[in-house]
Design a protein around this ligand. Structure first.
Ligand SMILES: [Zn+2]
Length: 125
C-alpha cells in the first residue's frame, strides 16, 4: 500500500508523498506517506482495507490532533450524534476535501489550522 504511494499526491492537500521504506520518521518528514484509518480505532473503526487510506504524514497528524481535541471536549465520551458527525466528516476529509469544508466548516478549520501551525513549526526548525 505504501510503496505504491511514492510520488503520488496526498488526497487531502495534493502534496507529493514519498515512501520512506523501513525508515522511522516523525514530524520532520511531513510528506512521508502514512497509512491512516479513515474511521479511527478510537471511534470503533476496523483494520480492514476499505477503512485504510494513504495520506501524507502532516495531514495524518493534523487530523489526529483535531480529533483528540474533539474527544477531550466531549470528555472522551461523545454523544452518538456527534460521533456520527465526526465519522462522516473524517470520511469526507480524506475523500472530498471541498465537501468536508462546505458541510463541516468548523471541523475543517480546526484541522487546517493545526496543519498550518505544524508545517510552520517544521520550517522554523
Ligand atoms: Zn496531505
Amino acid at each position: 500500500m505504501l510503496s505504491r504511494a511514492d510520488g503520488r499526491k496526498c488526497p487531502t492537500c495534493s502534496g507529493k508523498m514519498e515512501h520512506l521504506s523501513g525508515q522511522k520518521f516523525g514530524h520532520e518528514r511531513p510528506n512521508a506517506a502514512t497509512i491512516e484509518h479513515i474511521n479511527p480505532r478510537k471511534l470503533g473503526g476496523s483494520n480492514e482495507t476499505w477503512n485504510l487510506i494513504v495520506r501524507c504524514n502532516l495531514c495524518n497528524r493534523a487530523s489526529g490532533h483535531m480529533m483528540n481535541e474533539w474527544l477531550q471536549r466531549h470528555k472522551h465520551n461523545p454523544p452518538w450524534n456527534e460521533k456520527k458527525r465526526m465519522i462522516n466528516y473524517l470520511w469526507l476529509e480524506v475523500h472530498d476535501t471541498f465537501t468536508a469544508q462546505e458541510l463541516y466548516p468548523e471541523l475543517f478549520a480546526s484541522f487546517w489550522d493545526k496543519r498550518n501551525s505544524m508545517s510552520t513549526q517544521e520550517v522554523r526548525v
